[in-house]
Design a protein around this ligand. Structure first.
Ligand code: SF4
Ligand code: MG
Length: 318
């Protein structure tokens, strides 16, 4: 079912009723095993909330989440603990998720203890094997997070997600804080781990370049909704939604002669999502209908779905 997440705002004295921010609204997608599904959009569009709902770190307000045919929202804590091994997350800032007082060895061993690996030798073997998988060796066991570079810390963050041998990992802005050269090393490591270990990722970033580089399919989010989903290699048209095009034209590209589409205004306040197409106040192509009717996310060609009134089947925007 389509997922919806409302965040109740902290109660304020003068508010008569609680207001809700719609972080994610009726979005629906599937990720195939072994696939990398990228989610892109400006900050506050609901990407992280979506990722955290998928691994049940936050609870959805409405909707269903299935993992390998099993509905996982609403299951018991014990059942979720078992599933936690399969479903992991890597965050943007490893410094805040890695306890500074613990050694890398301990940080990687702890989840194994929690998940019932009672044999110390086995745990140590798994920790070293995992460190090697992320390009670090056993000499990192006794080091502390502050002794590592940003890239090394993110490798440890990835190792912490890998140590329980998951199948699905949400990767949330995991390279955004890194220098470009370190970014590409981490992206290539993630690609290598995907094929070596048969992993599936939801890869979240505000950076369309990065998302296109690593993903098989890309979902573009705007104000809590999916506005376009396209297959990076198999969609014949390339991205078509005016918002996606605006994201692309924001990418500096010296070779390009295409006209830049400049976004007017800021991302609107999620408290007041516009009627009709949520993008219409900023869309340079908006027509009358756009402020009244909300366009559905429609499949317009194989491997390609778009939510825009101007894009009818077979009639693409150039
Ligand atoms: Fe722009 Fe209208 Fe398409 Fe929305 S539906 S993206 S406002 S043209
Ligand atoms: Mg985020």
């Amino acid at each position: 079912d389509a997922l919806t997440k409302h965040y109740p705002l902290p109660k304020m004295k003068l508010l008569e009723k609680r207001q809700f921010v719609q972080a994610v609204n009726e979005i629906s997608f599937e990720i195939a095993e072994g696939e990398i599904f990228g989610l892109v959009g400006e900050s506050g569009c609901g990407k992280s909330t979506t990722g955290q709902m998928l691994v049940q770190l936050v609870k959805e307000s409405q909707g269903s989440i299935y993992y390998r045919d099993q509905q996982i929202n609403g299951i018991s804590t014990t059942e979720m603990k078992a599933l936690r091994r399969d479903l992991q997350i890597v965050f943007q800032d490893p410094s805040s998720s890695l306890n500074p007082k613990k050694t890398i060895g301990w940080l990687l061993e702890e989840p194994l203890i929690i998940h019932g690996y009672t044999n110390k030798t086995t745990r140590k073997e798994i920790v070293i094997e995992t460190l090697e998988q992320v390009g670090l060796g056993s000499d990192y066991l006794k080091r502390y997070p502050h002794e590592l570079s940003g890239g090394q810390k993110q490798r440890v963050g990835i190792a912490a997600a890998l140590v329980l041998k998951p199948r699905f990992i949400v990767i949330d802005e995991a390279v955004s804080a890194l220098d470009v050269s370190v970014q590409s090393q981490i992206l290539n490591l993630l690609l290598e781990l995907r094929s070596k270990l048969g992993l599936t990722y939801l890869f979240i970033s505000h950076d369309l370049n990065v998302v296109q580089y690593i993903s098989d399919r890309v979902g573009v989010m705007y104000l809590g909704r999916l506005v376009e989903v396209f297959d990076v290699d198999h969609s014949v048209n390339g991205p078509l939604h005016p918002y996606t095009k605006a994201l692309f034209s924001a990418i500096p590209d010296v070779k390009s002669t295409r006209e830049r589409m400049v976004l007017k205004g800021d991302v609107p306040n999620p408290l007041s999502v516009p009627d009709g197409c949520p993008f219409h106040p900023r869309c340079p192509l908006a027509i009358d209908k756009c402020s009244k009717e909300r366009p559905a996310l429609r499949t317009i060609a194989p491997h390609h779905a778009v939510s825009c009134h101007l894009i009818e089947e077979g009639d693409f925007l150039s």
